[in-house]
Design a protein around this ligand. Structure first.
Ligand SMILES: [Fe+2]
Length: 201
């Protein structure tokens, strides 16, 4: 069976390179694009192997088995593909305060944009991989989450609206170990229109 495959653009949209005005360089984005493609390629490879029943189902085992390796690494690969899709879709904007529906949702959950921004920066500092802003369909409100890897720690029934990549590959070339400087720069290039476009209607 031929599985559905995911795809990453050959080149990044031009708007992303406008982040150079705050110090997030083209070289960082171009290297990062290669990592995003890697997540897509491995997603497709695992989908193909699962479709082919490459892992003998009779040998599935919770300690170690091909099936276990494919299933656990699938969450990492596809999670990485989605996280980076949202990351690259959400930068290259004017940054600053949120507008439109996302502004209202942030104020409803955090009281003010400033309080959310403080929470968001702290979430980015407390994370080993990602800060996520997601819409919780169960409670119909937004909430920030920490991601320690590509497949932690979101809950079910959420839509990812904004993802801040805090893996060192996202900033070390430009800011060395100064993650706070990277996060401050990132805040100035969030594309709030793109975030609004992902809110479920
Ligand atoms: Fe990344």
């Amino acid at each position: 069976m031929q599985p559905k495959l995911v795809q990453v653009p050959e080149a990044l949209p031009v708007k992303i390179y406008t982040t150079e005005r705050v110090g997030i360089s083209k070289a960082t984005h171009d290297a990062h694009l290669g990592l995003w493609k890697g997540y897509a390629n491995k997603t497709n490879e695992i989908r193909q192997r699962l479709a082919d029943l490459d892992a003998d189902p009779t040998k599935a085992n919770q300690i170690f088995s091909e099936m276990r390796a494919l299933k656990t690494n699938y969450a990492f690969a596809y999670g990485g593909y989605i996280n980076h899709t949202v990351y690259f879709n959400s930068i290259g904007g004017e940054g600053g305060e949120a507008n439109g529906d996302i502004e209202a949702l942030i104020k409803e959950s955090y009281g003010s944009f400033g309080r959310w921004a403080d929470d968001w920066k702290a979430t980015g500092m407390a994370a080993r991989g990602w800060a996520f802003l997601a819409y919780d369909h169960t409670e119909q409100r937004v909430q920030t989450y920490i991601g320690d890897s590509q497949d932690t720690f979101p809950a079910w029934n959420h839509t990812l609206l904004l993802g801040l990549d805090v893996y060192e590959h996202a900033y070390y070339l430009d800011f060395q170990a100064a993650r706070p400087k990277y996060i401050s720069a990132y805040m100035e290039v969030i594309d709030w229109d793109a975030v609004n476009g992902r809110i479920p209607r």
